[in-house]
Design a protein around this ligand. Structure first.
Ligand code: SER
Length: 589
């Protein structure tokens, strides 16, 4: 089965059951300072899971591009991916467990054609916060699953969310494909990693709210949030050995075989790393991420650099990443038209970064020669120097080891691994910290800053350049941060003018009006935002007087006067061609 066939079949299945297809949101979460990238289909839906009304109704479905980067260095094995697609369906206070399980069961049978015998499912075992989910088990049995296909687990395995410290959460039922081999031990089950069980789908029954004191209370709106990994599902349907042997990667791997003159089977690890990383990089570039020293831009840089190293390992000389990106754009644009739309930027940025890394690599090689020259008679390169090559020049340990061995030196791999592990733990802690920050905050303060962001966006176009567009936005309770395209500094005079323009709009106490309409109508109205009229989807459009009109999920204040005043704290560079403004609202008189 081709990927597009599965996307279409999934969407059509749920459309036939009253769901409305929504488009995949950007990989850069809108107004969510707690994560770098969109990590699940539910992510863009958090406000609606918390009770805000979704313009498309109470039954939704989509395929959502996601990036998870906790384990970049594990990519290359059979299962880890940084970029993946999640097929999802949602009930926002509509149906609950019975229909959800019934829909899933039917889709597994009629679309994925998985024999009932090959299914294994899990349910929540119960604890002090919520009872044992026997209802879920009974529902699975009503579809003919036996007791020995149903496994009960605790919070660690069978509870999803909240995404941050507080928010909606609940027990889930996970659906696994059992490949039929004997159990590896008497305890073997879906939570075992022996390979017998592959998770395909996760249905979360969001019926609780966890507050900041850790207390769980029943939600008034009971939601269903499901997520199916497209790559894994495709692997199972196609009986492929790993996700890399599915049609999703055939074109990319074929191109790499052509460029390298090698076969995938000769060096699967290198082929997989390059394919995964450049697929992710292409999608990130399309969504406006630019290689940088920090944050999401740093992840993108790491992906490109690691791919570059493995391209040399395959013997690919020169600058060729654009050719891989071209395959991704060609093969994925039907599902994600933004790739085709931004292909010039993608090609220009990926080539620039590849060239930049080649020159860094040369500097790293010089540093390596100096290190070796300072070694004297010592034949063991210490871990600190080797780690420096990794950290500063992006040299993977395999490369340093190879270079060292050529010159008759050994590398203290254990010492390197200790340092590497410490570094990884620290960056994981950072990632978790970001995630633990909490769900999108809808306090009064962030609502004001959200409206201020629309005013700033409009002011920049009115005063500085009509071609300015939002490249990123991040709001905390304290300030807004807004990134936009401009290849020069905003002058101090312009800053003053922007502040005055916005403060005048605040003094005028303009109404902020929200209307629901189709994409077509939003476009006709001149609203800015991400357009895709493919699904005839309904959107919310927020207008501020007649000075701003944007497609946006909200929430916003009702009148600009509520902001009291606006002040820019800082204007700086965020990346090549991207400027960043940090600003606050309040009474500054
Ligand atoms: N949010 C759940 C997950 O990420 C289901 O989509 O697994």
């Amino acid at each position: 089965m081709e990927a597009q066939e599965l996307r279409d079949a999934y969407i059509n299945f749920f459309k036939a059951r009253g769901h409305v297809q929504i488009r995949s949101a950007s990989l850069i979460p809108e107004n969510d300072p707690t994560v770098l990238f969109t990590t699940a289909g539910m992510h863009p839906l958090v406000p609606y899971l918390l009770g805000e009304k979704h313009p498309a109704g109470t039954r939704l479905c989509d395929y959502q591009k996601c990036v998870r980067t906790g384990d970049i260095d594990e990519v290359g094995d059979a299962s880890h991916l940084t970029f993946f697609e999640m097929l999802g369906n949602w009930s926002l206070g509509d149906y609950f467990k019975k229909e959800s399980i019934s829909y899933s069961f039917d889709l597994l049978q009629t679309v994925l054609h998985i024999d009932k015998e090959h299914l294994a499912v899990t349910a929540f075992a119960g604890d002090e916060n919520a009872p044992r989910d026997t209802e879920t088990a009974e529902l699975w049995k009503s579809h003919g699953l036996r007791d020995d296909q149903i496994f009960f687990y605790g919070k660690k395995d069978n509870w999803w969310g909240p995404a941050g410290q507080t928010g909606p959460c609940g027990p889930d039922t996970e659906i696994f494909y059992d490949d039929g081999r004997p159990k590896c031990s008497p305890d073997c089950g879906p939570s075992c990693h022996c390979g017998k069980y592959t998770e395909i789908w996760n249905n979360v029954f969001m019926q609780y709210f966890k507050d900041k004191d850790g207390k769980f209370s029943p939600l008034k709106q009971k939601n269903v949030d499901t997520g199916m990994g497209l790559e894994r599902a495709l692997r199972i349907v196609n009986k492929a050995e790993t996700v890399y042997e599915t049609p999703l990667f055939a074109g990319i791997i074929g191109k790499l075989e052509e460029l390298s003159g090698k076969k995938y089977a000769d060096d699967k690890k290198s082929f997989r790393i390059i394919s995964d990383h450049l697929r992710a990089a292409t999608f990130l570039l399309a969504d406006g991420v630019v290689p940088a020293r920090m944050g999401g831009g740093y992840i993108l840089r790491r992906l490109i650099r690691r791919a570059s190293r493995y391209m040399s390992r395959l013997g690919i000389e020169g600058v060729h990443m654009q050719e891989i990106a071209e395959v991704v754009v060609h093969e994925y644009s039907q599902a994600y038209p933004e790739l085709e739309e931004h292909k010039d930027t993608i090609y220009q940025q990926i080539t620039a970064e590849e060239e930049k890394f080649h020159s860094t690599l040369n500097k790293g090689l010089r540093r390596f020669s100096e290190m070796v020259a300072q070694q004297g008679d010592r034949k063991n390169l210490d871990g600190e120097a080797v780690f420096h090559l990794y950290d500063t020049f992006g040299f993977p340990i395999e490369l340093t080891k190879e270079l060292a061995e050529e010159k008759g030196y050994e590398v203290d791999v254990d010492d390197f691994n200790d340092r590497f592990k410490k570094h990884q733990d620290e960056s994981r802690m950072d990632t978790n910290q970001t995630f633990k920050g909490g769900l999108v905050d809808h306090s009064e303060e962030t609502t004001k800053l959200h409206t201020a962001t629309h005013l700033l966006d409009a002011a920049l176009r009115a005063i500085v350049d009509p071609n300015i567009f939002q490249k990123g936005s991040n709001i905390t309770a304290e300030r807004l941060r807004f990134d936009f395209n401009l290849d020069r500094k905003v002058t101090p005079e312009e800053i003053k003018k922007i502040e005055k323009w916005i403060n005048d709009a605040i003094k005028a106490d303009l109404p902020v009006v929200c209307e629901e309409m189709s994409y077509e109508d939003a476009k006709k109205k001149g609203a800015i935002g991400v357009f895709s009229n493919k699904y005839g989807e309904r959107v919310k459009v927020y207008s501020i007087g007649n000075i701003s009109c944007e497609i946006c999920g909200g929430p916003h204040v009702t009148h600009t006067g509520e902001l009291q005043g606006f002040k820019i704290l800082k204007e700086q560079s965020a990346a090549a061609g991207i400027r960043r403004i940090k600003a606050v609202v309040g009474n500054f008189d």
